[in-house]
Design a protein around this ligand. Structure first.
Ligand code: HEC
Length: 466
């Protein structure tokens, strides 16, 4: 435990990343899909023969590009920085590993961000001011740059789920950077890239429906009809290819890591791990509803399609995206970097050392030996359990351990500490690491939470009158 722990009561630190990330993913994938949508729409408009339709389309795209610039340039960038703050504070150990491996990757990423932000500003501010062909070229430069941001970040994101055997072979030796490309083009790289590309296209269409829904259908029926219908078509690749890509993606995840997902499906009747199953169902149901709404409300009746319909589609997309990211998180448990580092920052290879020398042995900022068993237990709880559990809020240990006495809690922790190959908890929890003393300290701390000592009864005032 090399870093202090960022304690977020009730919500848990994971949700801080989660909330920022879901919001960010919605916008940044729109930045990619929408980045391609804009020049494609502009090209289509420029090719139109009817001057009126052409002018109307161009005006509409210009207005959409303003919305696009503000949403991606302001909220996309700010939430992106937010993710850095959040992961740096909640997963310092993993963030450090990522930076050491991918510093060059991020350097490339930031070059493309620079190009992106510059060209989208130029694109928006030069509508009608420069030659039409040149303007379209600016749009294409933006599109290429934004696609590259996805191409790069996808390598880093998929690395965390499946670093791959080659990288794992050198991990911890100081030679990790020599396997940069293996880590980058890891087993889930391609299915994930195609999956996210589909999602980007769908989000481009969904966000475009927001601006298209606001076109006055009485005044500009032709524009609204063609714009809404053209935007709906952007959802098609996603709904055709996603199921197949999902299967491919899961196929590439090592069996041991897929266990959690299959656990939910195996036990669908008994309700174990119903969260995972529910999440999977939620993705299917929301996606199907989006298709229904997009086809019947937008494609079939474009003139009646209004802002509330568009926002409903957007919210459904938000739920589907959120569920997708949550499922990916669950798939990665108990690791933050697959088979290399557990969610709580403990490296798989350090488990034995920590079991011998103690969890707090190299911690510079707790009291260690001099502290009480209770406060050592608290530090261990935060460091080892806090990345996934809170005491009384999200995934609360107070409730999960309710009904167990001290001996029982101790037995549970011992089981988590031994981490036998057939332990069911291996599918989603890291081992509890440390010495016998550490297990005792954590037991004392948790027991005091679950079975708080009865408050010393105050003498009621009334008794004096008896
Ligand atoms: C990688 C994330 C992760 C970490 C770290 C983690 N857990 Fe868990 N734990 C889970 C998940 C997921 C569940 C299942 C929760 C559910 O059923 O809602 C769970 C369930 C539990 C349960 C309920 C088990 C049961 O049989 O009902 C207990 C108790 C528990 N954890 C204790 C701990 C303790 C103590 C630590 C720290 C030593 C810890 N966990 C660390 C993810 C984690």
């Amino acid at each position: 435990m090399n870093y202090p722990f960022w304690d977020i009561p009730f919500l848990g630190s994971g949700w801080v990343i989660g909330i920022i990330a879901i919001f960010h993913v919605m916008i940044s994938q729109f930045a990619v899909g929408g980045g391609v949508y804009l020049p494609m729409a502009e090209r289509k408009a420029l090719a139109m023969k009817d001057p009126e339709a052409r002018a109307a389309w161009l005006a509409q795209i210009a207005s959409h590009s303003k919305f696009f610039l503000i949403l991606t340039g302001v909220f996309g960038t700010v939430s992106g920085v937010g993710i850095w703050f959040a992961i740096g504070l909640t997963h310092p150990e993993a963030t450090s590993t990522l930076i050491h491996n991918f510093v060059f990757g991020w350097a490339m990423e930031w070059v493309f961000f620079m190009v992106e932000l510059t060209t989208i500003a130029v694109y928006y501010y030069t509508w009608g001011k420069i030659d039409e062909k040149l303007h379209l070229t600016v749009g294409w430069v933006y599109a290429v740059a934004s696609v590259f941001t996805l191409v790069i970040i996808n390598g880093i994101l998929t690395f965390m789920l499946t670093p791959g055997d080659t990288w794992l072979g050198v991990a911890g030796t100081g030679q990790e950077a020599s396997k940069f490309w293996n880590a980058f083009f890891n087993p889930t790289y391609w299915p994930s890239l195609l999956l996210r590309t589909c999602v980007c296209c769908a989000l481009a269409g969904i966000w475009a429906l927001i601006t298209a829904s606001r076109i006055d259908g009485d005044k500009q029926p032709a524009l609204k009809t063609s714009m809404v219908r053209w935007s709906v078509k952007w959802l098609v690749p996603s709904f055709v290819a996603t199921p197949f890509l999902m299967i491919w993606y899961l196929w590439m995840v090592p069996e041991s890591q897929r266990a959690l997902l299959t656990l939910g499906i195996d036990t669908i009747g008994s309700g174990t791990f119903s969260t995972v199953t529910r999440i999977a169902l939620l993705i299917i149901v929301t996606s199907a509803t989006i298709v229904g709404v997009a086809y019947y409300l937008a494609y079939r009746n474009p003139l009646e399609f209004n802002l509330s319909h568009a926002i409903a589609v957007l919210l459904l997309a938000l739920i589907a995206t959120g569920s997708g990211e949550y499922a990916r998180e669950m798939l990665r448990k108990p690791f933050v970097i697959g088979r290399w580092m557990y969610s709580n920052g403990v490296r798989v290879k350090d488990v034995e050392r920590i079991n011998t020398e103690g969890y707090l042995a190299r911690t510079e900022w707790t009291w260690r030996g001099s502290a009480s068993s209770y406060s050592r237990g608290e530090a261990i709880f935060r460091g080892q359990c806090g990345s996934c559990h809170t005491l009384g809020g999200y995934r609360p240990l107070n409730e999960l351990l309710a009904g167990r006495d001290r001996v029982n809690i101790g037995n549970f922790l011992t089981m988590l500490h031994e981490y036998k190959p057939d332990s069911p908890y291996r599918r989603f929890m890291p081992p509890m690491v440390g010495t016998k003393q550490d297990v005792d300290d954590l037991t004392n701390f948790l027991n005091a939470q679950v079975n708080p000592p009865a408050p010393v009864a105050k003498k009621p005032v009334m008794t004096a009158q008896k």
